[in-house]
Each structure stands twice: as structure tokens, then as C-alpha cells.
Design a protein around this ligand. Sequence first.
Ligand SMILES: O=C(O)[C@H](O)COP(=O)(O)O
Length: 320
Amino acid sequence: MAKPVVFVLDPYHEDAVALLQSTEWVDLVLPSDPRRASWHRDADGVILRSETRLTADDFAAAAKLRIVVKQGVGVDNIDLDAARRAGVAVHNTPALNSEAVAEFSLALAFSLARRVAEVDRRVRAGEAVRRSETLGLSLFRKTVGVVGMGNIGRVAARKWIGACEASVVGYDPVAPADAWSDLPHRRVATLPELLEVSDVVTLHVPLLPSTRGMIGAKELAAMKDNAILVNAARGGVVDEKALLEELKKGRLWGAVLDAMEVEPPTLEAYGDGLLAMDNVIMTPHIGASTRENQSNSGIAVVKTLLAVLEGKADVPGKLV
Ligand SMILES: O=C(O)[C@H](O)COP(=O)(O)O
């Protein structure tokens, strides 16, 4: 019998690739292989991250495809309805990325609060930066509003409490009533209630029709003076034009974005806008990108894929 053909569509950690390479019963095609171009024709299974999009056309064309596994949690790059129609199973690896993404969201907030990127730029440009001109913002015992009370938001909340003795406010219209029952926090029923009190607003929601543009002009205007916005979730959640307009008023402390509409962020897209602002930090969607996480998550993805191809029942992370 022919071996199932597995395509790795986006770059994966070497540990995950090694596990696939040592699995003799699959035929493996890596992203650098010229055969990648023919994945629609040949793939029984594919693994990807958030770089490749899988559209309805892809699913319609992928004649043999049985299983797609997405590393991490967000699946906005995959047309799940089309997968369902085509009878293709889609899995992700929820929770595994949480520590890395949450850690990075705090790192971004601290960097902005203490103006690390801005001052580093000035030092490198040869400026003798005076300490008296670089006062930062302390985050100790401030109020942190966590939008999205899922796995990542939960870990972020725990870290804020541990690192800063933060008062955490959570907002999530779909999380179960007992979410975070083990964490000290105040849950609010509406986003305005969270925005009104938060010194840091940190976004940990998936990109869905209901969350697209959820932070727009009205929400930004409702944030406290000197508040920080952290988006390590998905670009479409924040209205970037409205953010730029609000930042130009100089009322907010600033914004840190690891997710944006144009990824990776370019000078062409943002050079005259958000990247012209000293109080913006932009990083190219690297929240999940630690050595440890990429190895662990990548291996989990491969194990999920192999289990489905072997016909095992109840393989975790099944979305479709
Ligand atoms: O969806 C996720 O969990 C994160 O955004 C990570 O995506 P990535 O694997 O493309 O970094």
C-alpha cells in the first residue's frame, strides 16, 4: 500500500521535522521541497502554522486530503466550513502556546512601559540620553484588563498577578461562568466596564466575525489616560487606523502589537503610520516563538497528525 504523503506547509521546528523523518510509514515533503507546489494533488495530511492560508478553493482542490493540523490555537487562516464540507479533519494544539504567548504579552507591555525600544533606538543613534527624559510607567499594582478568558488570557492573568500584584479584570462573553475560579479577578459583563478601569488592556481573543474590529475608535477613546494596549492575538481585532488617530492625541501611553493586519509588518504598510510613533512597538507575530514552545508544540502537532493517519480514535484538538 502507498505511504500517506504528509506536507509541511510552513517552517517547523527541527525536532518536529526529525520526528516525521523518523516515521518510516509516511512520505514527507518539507516546505523547501519543489514537490510542495503539488500538495493539492498529493497530500493525505498537511501541517501548517499561521503563514499559509487554506481557503475553500484549497479544500476543493485537495482530492486526497484527510487531515490538517495547525500548530497553536488560532485557526482564522483555515476555512473550517470548507474543511467540513470536504470531509477533512482539522485539529489544533490548544493550550500549548499559552505560556510563550502570555509571557511575550507581558514582555511587550513592560518594554513599552519603560520605553525600552525607544531609548535603545536613541542610544544606538548616538544620542546621550538623559535619564531624566526617559521616565517610564510602573506597572506594579495596576489594573490589567484581560480581554478573552481562554487559555492564553488565563496564563497572562496569572503572570500579571505574580509579577506585579495586578488587579485583574476579565471580560469574555462566551467563557464558562466558572472560568478562572482559581484566580483572583473581577469579571465584567461588558467591554466598556473593562476599558474604563484598566491601566493595561491585553487582548487574547481569536479572530472571529464577533471580534473583528472589537477595539475601534469608541473603545480606544474609552481607555484610561496613559493606558497601554497589548495585542498579541490577531491583527483584525484592532482597528489600526483608529489606533493611530488615538495615539496621535497623546493621551494613551502607547500600544504594543505582535499581531497586525499586515504580517510581517513592513515600512510600506506602517512606516508613515504606527511605526512613526515612538510609543508603538511592533513585532512580527513571534509570541509563540520560543525554542521550547516550538519544539513542544511542533512535536504535539506531528503526534496528532500521525495518530489521525493511523486511524486512532479521540485524537485531541479536533475542531472539524
Ligand atoms: O495561533 C497561535 O496559537 C499563534 O498565533 C501562533 O501561531 P504561529 O504558530 O504561526 O506562530
